[in-house]
Design a protein around this ligand. Structure first.
Ligand SMILES: [Zn+2]
Length: 73
């Protein structure tokens, strides 16, 4: 797979990324596997990973302003 931004090579990396759950709530998901471009800072989240992220975001306590969760359960 290639970078949509620059056409560079995408590499699998494990990273921490912030997601917005509700308008005032930020969820940081740790140890998330993403594809990151070796050339620019663009990254891509694969569909199965995104589905799991959606599941995690559904279950989260939305009254918390900031929550830090781990992708790998
Ligand atoms: Zn790129």
């Amino acid at each position: 797979m290639k970078c949509q931004n620059c056409g560079g090579k995408l590499k699998k990396v494990i990273t921490n990324l912030p997601f917005k759950a509700e308008y005032d709530s930020i969820i940081i998901i740790k140890k998330l596997p993403v594809l990151q471009c070796e050339n620019c800072s663009e990254y891509l989240i694969e569909d199965p990973v995104m589905e799991k992220v959606d599941n995690i975001l559904c279950k989260v306590d939305k009254t918390a302003e900031l929550e830090i969760l781990s992708y790998a359960v």
